[in-house]
Design a protein around this ligand. Sequence first.
Ligand code: HEM
Length: 133
Amino acid sequence: METMALQIHIITIILLALIIVANIAVILLQKDDRSLRKYLRIQATAWSTVLSMVIFTGMIFMTVAETGFTVKIIAMIAAAVALITLETRRHFDLKRAQPESECFEKFRKRALRYYIFELLWILMVGGLAPKLS
Ligand code: HEM
């Protein structure tokens, strides 16, 4: 049970990182604003499902292994909160942006920045976690 939860935890983190890399690529490559808006709305469902799985499997491991709140778990929870905050801001920015207008261009730049920060959080915490107690 413990190993299974941890395996799914790691697999879903990798999946989330891949979704974010794909989002960065689509923002850079998809020049049609309406198609980009549609894509970002659809990916949000996958994004939140996968993050929920990361949180859920992490919580299962915490409960089964009775880990308590160690430094690495607090860092991981902080990363999850940061990801949710960034994606929520991206969501509201998209709602406000009008396709084929100057503000959509600004949205593209902000969305890119949000996704780069999301990726950095995952890489930073994912890389640090095994080294923390
Ligand atoms: C984006 C967020 C997260 C990332 C990048 C992440 C990454 C990782 C990594 C790389 C490991 C393996 C660490 C090791 O082998 O020592 C791990 C283990 C674990 N994660 Fe996460 N995690 C995240 C979110 C969470 C959340 C939200 C929770 C809790 C609710 C959680 C709970 C755990 C637990 C309990 C372990 C096992 C720790 C241990 O072996 O002592 N994680 N996580």
